[in-house]
Design a protein around this ligand. Sequence first.
Ligand SMILES: [Mn+2]
Length: 320
Amino acid sequence: MIDPLERWAQYGEKPDYAGLLTFSGTVYSQDPGELEGFDVAIVGAPMDDLVSDRPGARLAPRAIRAASSPPGPHLETKVDALAELRVIDFGDAPVIPADPERSHAAIEATVGQVIAAGALPVVLGGDHSITEPSVRACATAHGPVGMVHFDTHTDTGAEVFGVERSHGTFIRRLVDAGQVEPRRYAQIGLRGYWPGEREFAWQAERGITSLFAHDVRDLGIREVVRRAMAAVGAGPVYLTVDVDVLDPAFIPGTGTPEPGGLTASELLLAVRTVAAELELVGADVVEVIPTGIGTADSSALVAERVVREALTGIALRRRG
Ligand SMILES: [Mn+2]
C-alpha cells in the first residue's frame, strides 16, 4: 500500500498537484488483500469503446483523480467524509482497448474484489456501459438491486445502431437479467429527444419511475429526489450518475450533451441526499470527457434547441 501523503507527513497535508495521483490523496493499492477494513474503494473504469457519439471518457478516471480536492470538512454538512470513512484508491480495472467484452469482464472482476472485501465500490467511468459490469458484481453479491439513475437519457434501448451492448442499452440488459429491480428503479433528469414511445412503454410495463428535467424545474430537486427515494425504498441500491444530466453550461465535456439540464448545485444536493438516505452498495460517475471542454460548442447547441423548442410550440398551437 502506498500513502501519497507520507513524504509531506510533517506538514499534515500534500499539495494537490504533487505526488502519486490518487483520488483525494487517499492511499493506493492494487492488492485485493489490502482492501480489508476499508469502507470505500475507488475503481477507475477507463473505457469508452461503446459510445454512440463523441469518445474520450476513457481519459476521465485520471482527470477526476487530478481534479479531486484534499480532505477537509464540507462547509454545509460539517462532515469530513475522508476522515470519517476509510477510503482507498484501488486503481483502474485492467481494461483492454477495442475489446469491450474483456473490459467489462475486467471491471466486473475488479468491482467484485472490492465487494468481497466488504468495501463499497465507487467507480469512475468510462462510458455509461461500465455500469453494466459494476452492477452485475453488486447484484451477484447482494441480489437484485434498486437503482437511482441521474441522466438525460434512459439508456433502456434494445439496441443502438443495431448494437446490443452499448452505453444506451445497459439498463435494459440489467433489468432483463434480473439484476436491477424495475419497481425499485428511478431515473432523474430525463429530457431531449431520445428514447421514444417503445422504450417508455417497455419501462411503464415494468413499473420503472421516470422523473424528467421538467419535473426538477416545476417541483424542485428536493421533491423529485423524495419521489425517487420513495420508489426505490429499503434494500440495496446502486447509484449511477451520467454527468450529461447537467446542463451543458456546467459540463461541456461529455459525449451527448443536452441543454435544459440540472444545475451542479441541484445534482450535488441530490447525490448527497440519496447517499445519505438509501442503502448504497455501489456507485459510479460516467461520461466525463475531459478533453471535450472547449471543443463542445454549447452555444450552437443551445441555439439549435431554442429553435426546436419554438418549433415544438408552433406545432402544439396548431394542434389547437
Ligand atoms: Mn447514460
